[in-house]
Design a protein around this ligand. Structure first.
Ligand code: FAD
Length: 486
């Protein structure tokens, strides 16, 4: 343990940020790094609990007290070794994870939790600076070939683990760049794309082959891929967005969030956008949906110079603190306030959109909305809502971004060709902990299997699936499992 009295001496402090008025002038990341002294103090706040609940709070089983101790002692090699033993990509989770480890931190019961996510980011950034991040593939190869379909965090984690086990891995990605939603969903101001590219370079040096512009089931035959490989991992994500099929949906100016965000990510990287420009510049914008995707639309609209931004969420505002009967962490935790809200947006809770209203040319001019009140059960969970009488009104706007989540993976093409069985939510059916589909040699990981989720869960599933593939190919596996940590 770094410093036994650290949690009493030091308060939680997060690194400073570039002020909102400045940072909206560009798409760069805006969270500064700690000074050495601050990093040291923050790591000293870890209490090295007898039962470290942070381990099990983290879907990767990160060994947090141990890396905090190594950071306190400034032993960067050890800190990096501990962190990378459970997490292939701390540079992603250290920037964009909602940090369930911090919700589970025991210090959090009566003081603010240890700043685990920031410490994680510092470990990996220092590791890159000190040239500690090196390829890990063994010299002796297994002679087995594995195809990974999809290069989001699940596919990347599976690939990184499988090359570590000595297999020849090829990742097929339909986009022109690897990274999945890390590349074309999450904006640069949360995760600069050089961070993704830096990791892809390490993986390429490790021997992972990336085949881009390769959509399996469209320009790459799915059955051939299965025939030519010893195993296949499906990691295609959850890509069908939830629509809002109300009157006026056909009007011009209503877009799915991902169409808007993907275009802007391409512009920042100087890549030509597909189709007509979707821009918020000079428009009154309404974002429908209160999760991560919604707040990314808010941040992007601000940077594009929207005239006004409103964000509507049909759910009630989550309580800031856990209430008496509420489970830990608070429900619904996905509707959090993010740095994008600091940059300017009016946020409305308990608002339901009834109709999109247009002008004579078919352009969106307003929304018709009502306020709703929720009935909650004894734990504070939503049961049903009632419309507030007399609350119907029009909200003038010329752009709407639909950010209401994703339903399931695309069923046509890849999944249909392989004959993969789907579960009752239309995700790929493959039991958690087993990750095998009904098709011989074919496994599944990430959002395509569990439904839309988080980067940390995608990495976790990619790692666990790689272990199952390795066991399938070799009869046993030496790859780490989170079950061994917890
Ligand atoms: P994806 O990242 O979706 O990657 C799937 C990849 O498969 C894609 O590149 C796709 O092109 C490719 N693919 C699909 N089908 C084929 C095919 N047939 N052939 C070849 N390639 C194919 N999570 C967080 O933890 N923190 C956040 O801040 C956060 N912000 C988000 C913001 C947005 C806008 C969105 C949409 C999601 C966000 N998430 C966030 C969720 C997170 O990004 C996902 O849970 C995660 O990326 C899922 O990883 P995945 O690898 O399963 O799928």
């Amino acid at each position: 343990m770094g410093k036994p009295t650290g949690f009493q001496e030091f308060n939680r402090e997060l690194p400073t940020k570039v002020p909102a008025a400045e940072r909206v002038k560009n798409y760069k990341e805006f969270v500064n790094l700690y000074t050495d002294e601050k990093l040291n103090q923050q790591s000293a706040r870890c209490m090295n609990c007898g039962i470290p609940f942070c381990h099990s709070g983290c879907p990767l089983g990160n060994i947090i007290p141990e890396f905090n101790d190594a950071v306190y002692r400034q032993n960067w090699e050890e800190a990096y070794h501990i962190l990378s033993s459970t997490n292939n990509f701390p540079e992603f989770t250290g920037r964009i994870c909602p940090a369930p480890c911090e919700s589970a931190c025991v210090l959090g019961i009566n003081k603010p939790a240890v700043a685990i996510e920031e410490i994680e980011k510092h470990i990996i950034e220092i590791a890159y600076q000190k040239n500690l991040v090196k390829p890990t593939a063994p010299l002796v190869k297994s002679g087995k070939k594995v195809a990974v379909i999809g290069s989001g965090p699940a596919g990347l984690a599976a690939a990184a683990q499988l090359v570590k086990a000595g297999h020849a891995v090829t990742v097929y990605e339909r986009d022109d760049k690897p990274g999945g939603l890390l590349r074309y969903g999450i904006p640069d101001f949360k995760l600069e794309k050089t961070v993704v590219e830096r990791r892809i370079e390490v993986m390429e040096k490790d021997g992972v082959v990336f085949k881009l512009n390769s959509e399996v089931g469209v320009n790459v035959a799915a059955d051939e891929l299965v025939r030519n490989n010893d195993a296949v991992v499906l990691a295609g994500g959850s890509t069908i967005p939830r629509n809002l099929m109300i009157p006026g949906r056909e009007l011009k100016g209503i877009h799915f969030a991902m169409d808007f965000l993907k275009q802007q990510n391409k512009r920042v990287s100087d890549i030509a956008v597909d189709g007509d420009d979707i821009l918020a510049t000079g428009k009154d914008v309404v974002v429908i949906g209160g999760g991560d995707t919604g707040s990314d639309c808010v941040g992007t609209s601000n940077r594009q110079g929207a005239k006004s931004i409103k964000q509507f969420e049909v759910m009630f505002q989550p309580p800031a603190q856990r209430t008496q009967h509420m489970p830990w962490p608070t429900y619904p935790m996905v509707l959090k306030t993010t740095s994008s809200h600091e940059e300017g947006a009016e946020r409305f809770w308990g608002v339901n959109t009834l109709e999109f209203l247009g002008d004579d040319e078919g352009n969106l001019r307003a929304l018709k909305v009502v306020d709703v009140e929720w009935e909650q059960d004894f734990m504070g969970r939503p049961v049903k809502f009632h419309v507030v009488e007399g609350s119907e009104r029009e909200i003038p706007c010329q752009r709407v971004f639909l950010a209401m989540g994703f339903l399931y993976p695309q069923p046509a093409g890849l999944l249909a060709q392989l004959g993969v069985e789907l579960d009752d939510r239309k995700n790929v059916k493959a039991k958690e902990g087993v990750y095998r589909t009904n098709v011989s040699k074919v496994f599944a990981a990430g959002d395509m299997r569990r439904g839309q989720s988080l980067v940390v869960w995608a990495i976790s599933e990619g790692r666990e699936t790689a272990r199952k593939v390795d066991e399938f190919l070799m009869g046993h596996s030496l790859l780490e499992s989170k079950d061994a940590v917890n």
